[in-house]
Ligand binder design. Structure first.
Ligand SMILES: [Zn+2]
Length: 415
């Protein structure tokens, strides 16, 4: 990593100078840099975590503080670890195969294919696939499952190489990749190059409207460079010759959009009514006015005050609080609020990669989920709140000793 000279940040999409703050979450370590026991006494890197909004295209984005290569070459997130996520992807596979008539003669590419959690469903139906995944350790897991995976960042260059080899796609899928793309223009250009004339692109990303309405500020972290409204994403795709012809609202990550794109030249797929409806809704909600964005910071500060108030209250009563999960969003929340082992004794995670390590910045230990049964805490704070129903039913035994669940977002609530 090299030091960056001071300069005015500019918009990742349209290039205008970025002069407006959405929310400043202070200094934070990279949320996936789990700390080992040996590293506990060492220095840790913290970077500014400040979301800005462009007054030209309303793309919400972070200034580039950390190089993407640094973040994504050994990423700890394995998609398959969540049951509801796997189910979500199975349903998607069925829907997309039927709607666009995919078969053994089709070719499906997934960008940021992770451990093959999605493509495995296409492989099971004998549809040829290719995963593109920049994290080598994760691509290796996919390859072992029989999913051909190219270890690369996706962009125009990679797309041209594949196109040259005759590997253009009937379907390009991407779930949770758009936010993590450091150069959205290069990424969308790549989609355009890789897509067959009548092919379809589907991309899922957390919906900025939901993030702001439901105060999901903890989904802002260094790994997520941009945060999209439908209006903005439509502009970006249009700039590269792609038309959004359908959009679905899906429940993942606290509320996401799934957009369907095609070549502007492809007149076989008419634009659905849902596209116009979504545009209207965002316009009415003020997503093309700067004022809508400028009030968000204060809402976030108030959430922090309420959460700390709750934690101080229960700790004064001598109660014990532990965490559940070690997701990226937990790290933003805990670092921003200054919550360490003074409030939360430990957290647990099913992912064995994280067990025995410590959360970045706060150094809260990550243990095996069985620890909750052993220590019988009064409160379990669910950090991946988007999976709260799944988690509350998985560890419902917490209620046997009178334990309660706490969800911190959109504001602290005890269940
Ligand atoms: Zn812009």
């Amino acid at each position: 990593m090299s030091e960056k000279p001071m300069r005015e940040p500019s918009c990742l999409f349209c290039g205008k100078p970025l002069r407006h703050s959405l929310v400043d979450l202070g200094m934070s370590p990279l949320c996936e840099s789990y700390v080992s026991r040996e590293q506990l006494n060492q220095m840790e890197l913290f970077y500014p975590l400040h979301a800005l909004v462009c007054d030209g295209c309303f793309l919400v984005q972070l200034d580039e503080y950390v190089s993407p290569e640094h973040i994504f070459t050994e990423y700890a997130y394995f998609s398959s670890y969540s049951d509801s996520w796997v189910t979500h992807m199975e349903k998607y596979t069925e829907m997309i195969i039927e709607r666009f008539g995919l078969n053994a003669g089709s070719f499906v590419v997934e960008v940021a294919s992770n451990d093959g959690y999605l493509l495995q469903h296409f492989v099971a139906r004998k549809i040829p696939v290719l995963g593109i995944e920049p994290a080598a350790n994760i691509a290796e897991v996919a390859e072992k499952k029989g999913i051909p995976t190219l270890v690369k960042f996706f962009g125009e260059q990679t797309a041209m190489e594949l196109a040259k080899e005759g590997k253009k796609a009937d379907l390009i899928a991407g779930a949770n990749v758009l936010a993590q793309v450091p150069r959205p223009n290069d990424f969308v250009k790549g989609l355009k190059v890789l897509l067959k004339p009548h092919g379809v692109v589907t991309i899922e990303f957390p919906h900025l409207m939901r993030l702001m309405e439901e105060n999901q500020f903890d989904t802002i972290y260094h790994e997520h460079f941009s945060y999209f409204s439908f209006l903005t994403v439509e502009k970006i795709f249009a700039a590269h010759g792609l038309v959004l012809f359908d959009v679905e609202e899906i429940p993942t990550h606290g509320g996401s959009l799934r957009i369907f794109a095609r070549h502007a030249e492809d007149d076989t797929k008419p634009v659905c009514e849902r596209v116009e409806e979504m545009r209207e809704r965002e316009l009415e909600a003020g997503f093309c006015r700067l004022e809508t964005y400028s009030s968000f910071g204060e809402k976030v500060h108030e959430t922090k005050r309420k959460l700390l108030e709750f934690l101080i209250g229960v700790k004064r009563q001598g109660k014990t609080v532990v965490g559940y999960g070690a997701p990226g969003k937990g790290n933003t929340l805990l670092n921003f609020c200054g919550i360490r082992t003074d409030f939360i004794d430990y957290t647990v995670d099913r992912n064995t990669y994280k067990q025995g390590k410590f959360l970045p910045g706060t150094h809260i230990p990550i243990l095996h989920p069985d620890r909750i049964r052993e220590t019988k805490p009064d409160y379990v704070m669910i950090l991946p709140w988007n999976f709260k129903d799944e988690i509350m039913s998985q560890i419902s035994y917490v209620r046997d000793w009178g334990g309660r669940f706490v969800v911190p977002i959109p504001e602290v609530k005890v269940w």
